[in-house]
Design a protein around this ligand. Structure first.
Ligand code: ZN
Ligand code: ZN
Length: 599
């Protein structure tokens, strides 16, 4: 598939529409509180926009309706957006009653921050955008006039508290979120997606399905998995492990703690110390919980003795639980945790093997994503940009070689990809797999990174054909990312209905009356002997409510057994979808379930 260059969000029509809608909203709010509203910032964000206000009272949902109504009137007025460059003093005069804008203007005047308060190296240009009666400190871009905002394709969504510049010691502002699209249909699709995502929220489903818990007694971001949850983890990890073994990867184990000194040498201390938990000290030596495996795998490589070029590539894989210091406010269910089990791998190879090894990783990732029913994905290739070359390790030849190898492997494997210049890590180019789930949301799952730096830092070597010592190239690679995050994504992707092979309980035996319990147990034993995960619901509840419970648990098969089934050596099969497959001889059900397993 051909390479394509992705249009930057800032350059899209949607960005302009959303940015313009933010201005229109600010105008409506200013009119609602004449002379009293203080405005802060109002940028476009993914799927929408927001604006932060300092107002004399809290906004209500009724206010949002009124603001939306006024916005539609402003939109209908087709007011032109006009840009004007001004001096800092002119800007201060315009916003003399707007303290937040004055602070931003001072920042722009001094340089180093943009009009949203974000750091920048660009030369500050102070500009206004004016439409109708509203003027904002703004660099744009905007639509031509307010009429380009479709009045039926935007909606104000919610009000939240936000500190000025994210600083809890500064005033708390009211942030109004909105969403804007090109057509009402796009808006409708987005709202449906939000609603569906809410229903599928893995934090909610995880509890209902009895998969995992978080406990104050353990601490934030440290999930506890129930027997069912651990069964799913185990199945996920075994599957990836078996697949990796088939592709020639070897599994290693390197523990949970490492001397801090190693991270000073590898460079991780310098670059990632904020993501590590504080050190533990013993006999004057500092230890760290492992935030990543790379230095451990390279140390293992070195400890295994001298390596010849003939031994390479060496592929070390590990399911290692890593500990990362995430701020408690940023933790989110399983998708952002402090203890994560990465399906990590490090490939030590010669420079001439990069393309083959990268190709192997691609095929492995493709196979695994397809197995999990992620059919819709693309690759984002992060490369060194010319303009940003200074940021990167100076070794043009290696960069050129690796970039060409990656592109060739992507082409050879017919993988759709887009290149992003200037986004590479400092140690080499990387490829991220972005998969779309059934709701069309994008998740960055797999990643492959080429590394020219770390092996040299930790003294990894191999003896080349020329008898000389050479430094291997390292590929860092993760297939599903981490078990925890991937499980969170899977729960939402499947809406909790795991495919048969991954379902923690595959069949629930439901005896119609107590007298059918012995037969139900007998069938369960037979099915277990065939390798199925089966439970018997022996509670005294009515059959209908047992069926309902099993359906809510999203168990693939409910096997109801009564007098007739018992006499015939059969089971009455129901699916979690509610479909009734009626009575089947046990052997026929086994054949059916085995077929489902392979899907
Ligand atoms: Zn603006
Ligand atoms: Zn690594």
């Amino acid at each position: 598939m051909p390479e394509k260059l992705k249009e930057r969000y800032e350059e899209t029509d949607l960005y302009k529409i959303r940015h313009s809608a933010a201005h229109v909203m600010a105008q409506a709010v200013m009119e609602m509180f004449p002379g009293e509203a203080r405005i802060a910032i109002g940028p476009p964000i993914a799927d929408g926009f927001y604006y932060d206000f300092d107002l004399p009272r809290s906004l209500t949902p009724e206010d949002l309706q009124a603001i939306e109504k006024r916005m539609r009137q402003i939109v209908a007025g087709q007011h032109k957006f006009e840009r004007q460059e001004v001096s800092a003093d002119e800007a201060r005069a315009q916003f003399k009653d707007q303290p937040y804008k004055i602070e931003l203007i001072d920042g722009l005047d001094k340089g180093g921050v943009d009009e949203y308060g974000n750091p920048t190296t660009e030369k500050p240009v102070i500009s206004f955008y004016t439409h109708s009666t509203f003027t904002d400190l703004c660099r744009g871009p905007h639509v031509e006039h307010t009429g380009k905002i479709n009045p039926s394709a935007f909606k104000l969504m919610s009000i939240a508290g936000a500190y000025w510049r994210g600083d809890a010691s500064r005033p708390q502002l009211q942030r109004v979120y909105g969403t804007a699209w090109k057509t009402p249909k796009e808006l409708e699709q987005y709202l449906w997606q939000l609603e569906e995502a809410r229903k599928r929220d893995h934090r909610k489903l995880g509890k209902e399905l009895g998969l995992f818990h978080f406990s104050d007694n353990i601490g934030p971001g440290l999930p506890l998995f129930t027997p069912k949850g651990e069964m799913v983890r185990h199945l996920m990890e075994s599957y990836v492990r078996e697949t990796q073994t088939r592709y020639g990867y070897q599994h290693v184990w390197t523990g949970h703690m490492v001397k801090e000194e190693l991270y000073h040498r590898s460079g991780h201390y310098e670059n990632y110390k904020d993501a590590m938990f504080p050190p533990m000290e013993d006999e004057g030596i500092k230890f760290r919980l492992k935030p990543m495996n790379c230095p451990s795998h390279m140390t293992l490589y070195n400890e295994m003795g001298k390596h010849s070029y003939k031994e390479l590539p060496l592929r070390f894989a590990e399911f290692a639980t890593l500990y990362r210091y995430e701020k408690t406010g940023e933790l989110s269910g399983l998708t952002r945790v402090r203890a994560l089990t990465q399906d990590d791998c490090h490939v030590f190879c010669r420079p001439d093997q990069i393309q083959d090894e990268f190709g192997l990783c691609l095929r492995l990732i493709r196979e695994v994503l397809a197995h999990y029913k992620f059919d819709d994905y693309y690759v984002r290739l992060s490369l060194r940009g010319d303009a940003t070359a200074g940021k990167y390790v100076q070794d043009d030849e290696k960069w050129t070689l690796a970039t060409a190898a990656l592109k060739a492997a992507l082409d050879a494997n017919n993988v759709e990809y887009e290149s992003v210049e200037g986004e590479a890590a400092f140690y080499g180019p990387k490829a991220d797999f972005i998969a779309r789930d059934v709701l069309g949301r994008e998740w960055q799952l797999s990643t492959i990174q080429v590394d020219f730096i770390q092996p040299a830092r930790l003294g990894c070597e191999y003896t080349g054909e020329d008898g000389q010592a050479h430094t291997p190239v390292l590929l860092h690679r993760a297939v599903t990312g981490s078990t925890e995050r991937f499980l969170g994504v899977l729960i939402e992707h499947y809406a909790g209905a795991f495919p048969m092979w991954l379902a923690p309980v595959q069949a629930m035996m439901i005896p119609v009356a107590d007298r059918h319990i012995p037969y139900a147990r007998e069938v369960a034993e037979k099915l277990k002997a065939e390798g199925f995960r089966v439970e018997v619901d022996e509670r005294g509840d009515r059959m209908q409510s047992k069926i309902r419970d099993a359906q809510l648990q999203k168990i693939p098969y409910m096997l109801v057994v009564g007098d007739k089934d018992q006499e015939a050596g059969a089971v009455s099969v129901r699916l979690r979808s509610g479909e009734d497959l009626k009575a089947k001889p046990l052997a026929e059900f086994v054949a059916l379930a085995k077929e489902e397993l392979s899907k």
